[in-house]
Ligand binder design. Structure first.
Ligand code: B12
Ligand code: SF4
Length: 466
């Protein structure tokens, strides 16, 4: 029986969207916890739910001798985690939740069956908590920083804040051997012709985009030694032979000096591997993009959100619309595809802002773009700003922050029109530029669809969520 069983609580085969996409990546947070705790002498297993099922996990929890169960929770997995907590508690497990969401909803998770909520980075807190829990009769856990629990009167108690790990280079690599990592790589290969694997080079982002969650790492930014990252990359390539990698940092090109050192070490060792990563337009320039291309970057995701500078400023995005357009163009010049994230429905968005976004994307012509209707993540300035207008339609444990209704906002129908309009306008811009055969059936069809979406947008303008 291990001291601790960790699980990500995410079931890929239950996620219809992800079943179509089939681009799974290993849960690095859990694997970092696992390697740290193993190094400290604890027995830790991971039940990776990703390719498994709810039934198998529940069977395991009901038939194994119970010890301590640690569950990762984020905005999307809350209903799973709440259900797992119920089963685990009933079967006699001591339960701990951590990850990006629980810190913002500590009381709710505790009332849903968690014995402890861990805030922020979990490594040191879990090390101390596991030690404190060895003697169940003592209340040593009350001295462990970075946790919340319910006292005998059912009141939430929160201990002192936990500091962050000062030197990430002292930490072991994620315990990839604790799960079937080859299955992830192979799933990619089977569905996309290329096996892929993920790693991180840093923790935390110092920017302040006000809808983005900083629950785990705060505003800190800590980087790993570039040579040690290259050690990990070299080992990953040898051990798992992926055809590409994904660098899962928040902003990979944030530190230009670091990227120069990383690139020179990769060059020195003759390493080059196709990869994708995320960045910000203001952290990209010709030199950085040259380095990315040299390193093998084939796609860069650039946060864009809106084509309206007024809205970007309201979001504290710290980026200019023109910087995004330039970054996309410069990426294209170097043969790097660009992907954009866009957001509808941010506070104060009006028709002219939607039109500005459409113009922006049509002009930039990224290779891919994804849109979402903005949703408030608890703990963010955006959430706090609109909290008095949020309505929870379903019980907390069965829903997520994505399902919160925002009073005073346009309806889903309105954003569907905005989305359709955007897609058609961008398709038209591509079509007329690539093969300017105005008058062709496709162009005419697109123009008709655009007319209909604009009319729909206008007619649904006055429909407001109440
Ligand atoms: C990579 C990534 C993804 C990948 C996930 C693939 C993968 N397996 O890595 C993809 C693109 C699929 C993705 C999707 C989504 N993501 Co995402 N993602 C990230 C990102 C950039 C990195 C994750 C990572 O590897 N972190 C590094 C590890 C070391 O950190 P960590 O996981 O937080 O783990 C530490 C602590 O949380 C804690 N901990 C973690 N687990 C546990 C468990 C226990 C028991 C304990 C005690 C502690 C603990 O200790 C760990 C080590 O210190 C994070 C932002 C970030 N920098 O973390 C966003 C982030 C996690 N994603 C976020 C969101 C919103 C999403 C989506 C909902 C987006 C969407 N609209 O669809 C989806 C949800 C998908 C799903 N079904 O779960 C938010 C979550 C906010 C929240 N409150 O939940 C984040 C924080 C981004 C942000 N800043 O807002 N994401
Ligand atoms: S959206 Fe990106 S750049 Fe902005 S704060 Fe979040 S991680 Fe940082």
């Amino acid at each position: 029986m291990p001291d601790l069983l960790l699980t990500p609580g995410y079931f890929l085969y239950e996620d219809p969207k992800e079943r179509q996409i089939m681009k799974p990546y290993a849960p690095l947070g859990i694997l970092y916890l696992c390697s740290h705790l193993r190094q400290k002498g604890f027995g830790v297993d991971v039940f990776d739910t990703t390719f498994s099922s709810r039934d198998l996990l529940f069977k395991h929890l009901r038939t194994e001798k119970p010890s301590i169960l640690g569950i990762y929770a984020n905005l999307m997995t809350r209903p799973n985690v709440v259900e797992i907590l119920g089963v685990a508690r009933e079967a006699g497990w001591t339960t701990i939740v951590g990850g990006p969401e629980p810190g913002a909803y500590a009381l709710e998770y505790l009332q849903s069956g968690a014995d402890f909520v861990v805030f922020g980075e979990g490594e040191i807190t879990m090390e101390e908590l596991l030690l404190a829990l060895r003697d169940r009769s003592s209340n040593a856990f009350t001295k462990v920083a970075g946790v919340a629990y319910l006292d005998d009167n059912g009141m939430m108690q929160q201990t002192a804040p936990r500091g962050q790990i000062a030197d990430l280079d002292q930490q072991p690599w994620p315990a990839r051997d604790a799960i079937d990592i080859r299955r992830y790589v192979q799933t990619w290969r089977d569905h996309h012709g290329k096996g892929s694997i993920n790693f991180i080079t840093a923790r935390g982002c110092p920017y302040k985009c006000n809808w983005c969650s900083h629950q785990v790492f705060g505003q800190s930014h800590r980087r790993r030694n570039p040579h040690m990252v290259v050690d990990e990359v070299e080992w990953l390539l040898k051990e798992y032979t992926p055809e590409m990698v994904w660098i899962s940092d928040d902003v990979f090109t944030i530190h230009h000096g670091w990227l120069r050192d990383y690139a020179s070490e990769m060059r020195r060792r003759g390493l080059r591997v196709p990869f994708e990563c995320i960045s910000r337009a203001d952290r990209l320039n010709a030199e950085m993009l040259d380095l990315l291309a040299e390193l093998g970057c084939f796609r860069i995701w650039i946060g864009s959100e809106s084509g309206s500078q007024r809205l970007l400023d309201a979001m504290d995005r710290g980026v200019k619309v023109e910087q995004v357009q330039k970054a996309v163009a410069m990426s294209r010049e170097r043969g790097i595809e660009s992907g954009m994230f866009l957001m509808w429905g941010y506070e104060g968005e009006d028709l002219e802002d939607i039109e500005a976004t459409i113009k922006h994307v049509s002009k930039s012509k990224p290779d891919i773009f994804f849109t979402t209707v903005s949703y408030p993540i608890k703990g963010t300035p955006y959430y706090n700003r609109i909290s008095d207008r949020l309505i929870q339609l379903q019980p907390w444990g069965k829903s997520s922050d994505r399902e919160l209704k925002i009073k005073g906002r346009h309806t889903q129908k309105y954003y569907s029109y905005a989305d359709k309009l955007l897609r058609d306008e961008v398709a038209l811009a591509r079509l007329t530029e690539d093969s300017p055969q105005t008058g062709s059936a496709t162009v005419a069809e697109l123009q008709e669809s655009i007319r209909a979406s604009r009319a729909g947008l206008l007619s649904s303008y006055t429909e407001i969520e109440t």
